[in-house]
Write a protein that binds this ligand. Structure first.
Ligand SMILES: NC(=O)c1ccc[n+]([C@@H]2O[C@H](COP(=O)([O-])OP(=O)(O)OC[C@H]3O[C@@H](n4cnc5c(N)ncnc54)[C@H](OP(=O)(O)O)[C@@H]3O)[C@@H](O)[C@H]2O)c1
Length: 239
């Protein structure tokens, strides 16, 4: 797929990996419906940096009416969506014995249910296009204290394959499973070192590694139903 002139909808466009994805496709001439939840200020900055190319949409992915309103607003602005990238994701520890129903609803809502209904809303008018879901290598390996998060990401991985099946041949659906790329801001130097040691390449990835993988998947028209691990060998390394 040629990127220039295409309508991208990227969730979590305000910060971190989503922000870099947004910038990279804008730099290649895409028109962007930039989704944010609380990062309105960062969204406004993106809007100002790429005049006439960014339409801001705000939605809490746990709320289906907000998702539907965001898609209607995006389609009204730029027409049907050509590429949906599901990048937004709540992420925090929830030790199993203390995990509450509201934490479960938050993590499953923001990591699986929201993506399901966003794909549905977008796919209704997507004549041909691409959906790309950001999963996690830990969707396939246990991660202590993160049961709801990894369960949701495992669901997203399966949803990716199922939608590749259901939406073919018009829409290609793929995922990227990052390993450690950008650590949570509160991580200590020791936690960082331990995380690096648990990869085969002994270092963190960078958002650019994810951006390159996203370009590869979106631009290669013969890819559907794949999950591309961008993890420095984390999934093969010892725990
Ligand atoms: N960073 C890594 O090393 C890594 C590793 C493995 C997998 N991943 C995956 O890669 C993707 C990007 O990672 P990241 O670290 O850049 O993500 P992140 O900073 O943890 O979160 C991205 C955005 O998710 C949005 N979000 C959270 N809850 C939401 C909700 N209920 N409704 C709507 N938006 C919500 C937030 O938007 P606002 O700021 O606008 O509120 C946030 O900026 C995620 O899917 C993540 O699971 C990342």
């Amino acid at each position: 797929m040629e990127i220039s002139g295409r309508h991208f909808f990227i969730t979590g466009s305000g910060k971190r990996i989503g922000r870099r994805l947004a910038e990279s496709f804008l730099e290649k001439g895409a028109r962007l419906s930039a989704h944010v939840h609380t990062s309105k200020k960062e969204g406004d900055e993106l809007f100002a940096r790429f005049p006439g190319k960014v339409h801001l949409v705000q939605a809490d992915l746990r709320k289906i009416p907000e998702i539907q309103a965001a898609v209607i607003s995006a389609e009204k602005k730029w027409g049907p969506i050509d590429v949906l990238i599901n990048c937004a994701s709540p992420f925090y520890p929830t030790p199993f014995l203390n995990c509450t129903e509201s934490e479960w609803d938050d993590l499953l809502g923001g990591n699986l249910k929201g993506q399901f209904f966003l794909c549905q809303a977008v796919a209704k008018n997507m004549k041909s296009g691409v959906i790309l879901n950001l999963c996690d290598v830990n969707a396939n390996t246990p991660m202590k204290n993160f049961s709801p998060y990894v369960s949701a990401k495992a669901g997203l991985l399966m949803l990716t394959k199922n939608l590749a099946f259901e939406l073919a041949p018009q829409v290609r659906v793929n995922s990227i499973s990052p390993g450690p790329v950008l650590l949570p801001e509160h991580y200590t130097p020791l936690q960082r070192q331990r995380t690096e040691e648990r990869t085969l390449l002994k270092r963190l990835g960078s958002p650019e590694d994810i951006v390159a993988a996203a370009h590869f998947i979106i631009e290669n028209d013969y890819l559907t139903g794949i999950d591309l691990k961008v993890d420095g060998g984390r999934s093969l390394a010892e725990k």
